[in-house]
Design a protein around this ligand. Structure first.
Ligand SMILES: Cc1cc2nc3c(=O)[nH]c(=O)nc-3n(C[C@H](O)[C@H](O)[C@H](O)COP(=O)(O)OP(=O)(O)OC[C@H]3O[C@@H](n4cnc5c(N)ncnc54)[C@H](O)[C@@H]3O)c2cc1C
Length: 424
């Protein structure tokens, strides 16, 4: 039987798209290559829903950061020499999009999508917050040098314009907001609190949505890989999978950084690069007195997040193609960064069981996700959310579900279209 939608990929983008379509009365089939949903880029990610950080990574001046990364020992960006060639096309566009006016434009569009996403997310928060450890605890960004703090305060003006709350903190106020920062206070020039940011476990969220889909009679195939798209004339009519052919009126690619692997020709125009990020989760369950909100150290480019009674450090951007090996040097550096933010917790951290992990952010060259129909009829895409896939998941899925079902969209969908014209 032909379903209304076949969703390929059971990460945050795929499972949320399936859920939003099912809510509209569509019959959906979701296929996921792994043994369960939510084991891809979200599995041990930063767990933060952060409209406050809705900024493309290619800020003006990114070229010098990238060049420095080749020589700096402790750089948060690593480019493996073997990956350089494959980066050329994407990299040039990434650099082009760092022009100040483009960066500003894309920042505002990302923020619109992030705010819309938080509106849609509220439904999940109200329904399931305690089941996926969701907390509206805000985030604190800390600064070790005055120019960076001032630049952030200037950059925050657009947040004030749309009413997103933030507050500049003196070093004393920063320590008051997160007392565990006391030990590194001498290095602090200040902080910024974003009180509306949320922390929530994305893996548990994926499992909740999977159960919800199954309970309402929808189909979720795990351990099921799509190997080929099925065509009828110029229309995509489903996919050949390891569980057989699955036909659908609409096929949705929610494959993260793998989109080109399955559909190299039909997905033309989609330019995403896998950017490996790392996390190190310390099992701090035996300890009571832990940091209570996420702290992002702007200088070290690391976030330290309390989640499920554990402490998780996240960061790094490693360009290594699709090689998913864990680089032990980066894991050690993440550990050092954690202790640099919380020297008072060093001893406790050293005694904890720890889980290193790495996942791929699917990073587009202009910093905006791809949400919409491809050049092939019946084939849709939802990918390219980079470092913000949890923040943007519910809004992106809502937008795509509206497009597929022909409903008016809450945001201008052309901004995220596959064939959006490159800006100059
Ligand atoms: C270290 C790190 C920290 C992060 N922290 C945050 C954060 O704090 N806040 C935030 O907003 N975002 C964060 N992100 C980004 C966010 O995790 C990702 O953007 C998001 O998880 C991407 O989801 P996705 O569903 O698009 O892709 P994926 O999670 O990659 O899902 C794609 C799925 O498709 C499946 N698949 C691939 N090929 C096939 C096939 N042929 N057939 C069937 N299935 C297939 C894969 O197995 C996978 O499960 C972080 C990312 C990393 C790496």
């Amino acid at each position: 039987m032909k379903s209304d939608a076949l969703i390929i990929g059971g990460g945050l983008s795929g499972i949320t798209t399936a859920h939003r379509l099912a809510k509209r009365g569509c019959s959906v089939v979701l296929v996921e290559a792994n043994e369960d949903v939510g084991l891809g880029a979200n599995f041990a990610n930063g767990a933060m829903l952060v409209p406050s950080q809705s900024t493309p990574w290619n800020t003006p001046g990114i070229l010098s950061t990238l060049l420095k990364s080749f020589v700096m020992q402790n750089s948060a960006v690593r480019i493996k020499p073997k990956a350089v060639l494959s980066l050329l096309n994407w990299g040039l566009r990434f650099l082009k999009n760092s022009k100040p006016h483009l960066h500003e434009l894309h920042k505002r569009r990302l923020l619109d999508l992030a705010l819309f996403s938080m509106d849609v997310f509220e439904e999940y928060y109200k329904g399931y917050a305690d089941q996926f450890d969701a907390k509206k605890c805000g985030t604190i960004k800390i600064y070790r040098d005055q120019p960076s703090l001032e630049a952030q305060i200037r950059s925050n003006r657009h947040l004030s314009e749309i009413g997103l709350e933030w507050e500049a903190l003196t070093p004393d106020q920063t320590v008051k907001a997160e007392p565990h920062l006391q030990a590194m206070a001498p290095q602090l020039v200040g902080g910024i609190r974003f009180s509306t940011d949320v922390v929530a476990d994305p893996h548990k969220y994926c499992q909740i949505l999977r159960d919800d889909l199954l309970a309402s009679g929808q189909i979720v195939h795990v351990d099921c890989q799509a190997n080929k798209l099925l065509m009828s004339g110029d229309r995509v009519i489903g996919a050949r999978t390891t569980s057989g052919d699955i036909l659908a009126k609409n096929t949705i690619l929610a494959l993260g950084a793998n989109v080109k692997k399955l559909a190299p020709s039909v997905a033309g125009g989609i330019l995403v690069c896998p950017v490996k990020g790392y996390s190190l989760t310390y099992d701090t369950a035996a300890f009571n007195d832990l940091p209570s909100s996420p702290v992002i150290d702007e200088g070290l480019h690391v976030g330290i997040v309390p989640i499920n009674g554990k402490l998780r450090s996240v960061g790094f951007a490693e360009f290594a193609g699709h090689d998913n090996a864990l680089n032990p040097k980066i894991v050690r550096q993440l550990d050092r960064f954690t202790k640099s933010v919380y020297p008072n917790l060093s001893q406790m951290i050293d005694g904890c069981k720890r889980e290193p992990w790495a996942g791929f952010r699917a990073m587009s060259a202009d910093g905006l996700p791809y949400i919409g129909e491809t050049s092939s009829k019946g084939l849709w895409v939802n990918t390219g959310h980079g470092h913000l896939g949890w923040t943007l998941a519910t809004g992106s899925a809502e937008l795509l579900a509206d497009l597929i079902t022909g409903k008016p969209t809450a945001l201008d969908a052309s901004t995220f279209a596959v064939n959006r014209s490159p800006k100059r």
